[in-house]
Design a protein around this ligand. Structure first.
Ligand code: UD1
Length: 429
């Protein structure tokens, strides 16, 4: 298994190109199942999760073609991929494919909407809490699907097709919103989704669906109204920039000090995280084509944060922010309100010398003067990158093992950081 070895101590200076968003790419790829015409996605990042989903989609009968390399406006090497679900030959998503990545469960929505049936294994993915699927099942049942769970599979049927309805999510869920939204586009009549997730990735999906011929209003708000249509058509859509990658590199620069331009980043996608960094004493300068992040000499101030659904502070940046606060000049409280078990990075950060105590869903971080390199283990996607961030300032060598977690969500991490002066390399083993 590969590891990443970081030797701490260097400031980051230069340019980091921001890739297309993983969390937008996955639902967009799944949306290709809704039409017999091709969906062409630009700015698709090279990530293990994208490859896993390709395997799932091709198993349903989706054809997949990558366009040759083109010059990208922001210097990224995002690919343009054609997904063509002309003929869906299989409506089952098996355990061996779905268990690798939770988002693959989301195929249930489009399959049910277009084929009126789907059999999908209960999902796997990062081990960050219970992550049930009740909201998916309830919202699809509200649209008229008959659903049962048997032998680890969710079996859904709607022989006459889905029928529009009003459904209020009892809790904000990004995944369940993606699925109900996709399903409703082909349902008969009007669907109203209340308390829908407003994450930019939901908006990106909704905009793409509208381009494919869906009728959706309320995009960007928590009430989505969908007038079902007979069919959807081909479309070409550019994936929005990755706000979590943006925030992660911003925190890395905040940690090491230095001056980096995050090219292609859109500040509006992560305003709450950027405001938090400004409070911590970091310079954030939005530009036309990216964001400048700098910290030169100033001490890091402790800031309390609580994760929240968008536009709040994202749970996907909680681990990285905790990494940053380990070196702040004082005490900060970090509260996790989305997932009940998303503090697995605490004990690994402690191996580097961080001082963190956990009480329920709140971690109290007392800043230390120095961290020291150690062997640590990546436990989930975002937790693992927080260890890399801490390693960038830790004295000596930090070895992060199990980096397959990182490869699920960060494109060319070592290359992007080393080009800005970090001493970081991948060691195969
Ligand atoms: C997505 C993101 C993930 C991010 C999360 C929250 C992708 C691929 N993943 O995950 O990176 O951390 O949003 O912003 O885009 N819940 C239920 N029942 C359900 C579904 C969810 O109780 O049926 C709960 C979850 O346990 C959790 C909360 O709702 O406590 C939010 O989860 P959800 O928004 O669904 O997360 P994901 O869509 O899995």
């Amino acid at each position: 298994m590969d590891s990443i070895v970081v030797t701490g101590g260097n400031r980051l200076n230069g340019v980091i190109p921001i890739s297309g968003a993983k969390n937008a790419t996955l639902p967009l790829m799944i949306a290709s199942l809704l039409s017999s015409e091709p969906l062409i996605l630009e700015n698709v990042p090279h990530l293990a999760d994208v490859e896993s989903l390709v395997r799932i989609l091709t198993n349903h009968g989706v054809d997949y073609r990558v366009e040759g390399k083109r010059k990208q406006p922001n210097g990224c090497d995002g690919r343009t991929i054609h997904f063509s679900a002309d003929d869906i030959v299989d409506t089952t998503a098996p355990y061996e494919l779905v268990s690798k990545m939770r988002a693959s469960f989301w195929v249930i929505g489009p399959l049910l909407a277009r084929m009126h049936e789907a059999t999908v294994s209960l999902p796997g993915g990062c081990a960050i809490g219970q992550r049930p699927v009740d909201l998916f099942i309830d919202s699809l049942a509200a649209l008229g699907a008959d659903i049962k769970v048997e032998n680890g599979y969710v079996i859904a049927n709607a022989p006459g097709g889905l029928v529009g309805a009003t459904y209020a999510f009892p809790k904000v869920s990004v995944g369940a919103t993606h699925v109900a939204l996709m399903a409703a586009t082909l349902a008969k009549g009007t669907t109203v989704l209340e308390n829908a997730a407003r994450e930019p990735e939901v908006t990106d999906l909704a905009n793409c669906l509208v381009g494919m011929g869906a009728r959706i209003s309320g995009i960007g708000t928590s009430t989505l109204t969908i007038e079902g249509v007979e069919e959807l058509y081909g479309y070409r859509h550019r994936v929005l920039p990755d706000r979590i990658e943006t925030g992660t590199y911003a925190m890395a620069v905040a940690m090491t000090g230095g001056d980096v331009f995050l090219k292609g980043a859109e500040p509006g996608l992560l305003q709450s995280a950027l405001d938090t960094l400004v409070e911590a004493g970091v310079t954030i300068e939005p530009k036309n084509d990216g964001i400048r992040v700098a910290r030169n000499g100033a001490a890091l101030k402790p800031v309390n944060v609580s994760t929240d659904p968008y536009p709040g502070f994202p749970t996907d940046l909680q681990a990285q922010f905790m990494g940053l606060m380990t070196m702040a000049d004082g005490v900060s409280d970090i509260q996790e309100t989305i997932f009940e078990n998303r503090f697995m990075h605490v004990q690994e950060l402690a191996r580097l010398g961080a001082n963190i105590s956990v009480d329920g869903n709140t971690a109290t971080v007392t800043g230390v003067k120095t961290l020291t390199g150690a062997e640590v283990m990546a436990t989930d996607l975002r937790a693992s990158v927080s260890l890399v961030i801490a390693g960038l300032v830790a004295e000596g060598k930090t070895t992060v093992s199990r980096v397959y977690h990182l490869d699920r969500g960060f494109e060319r991490l070592e290359e992007k950081l080393s080009r800005c002066g970090a001493v970081i390399e991948r060691v195969s083993g």
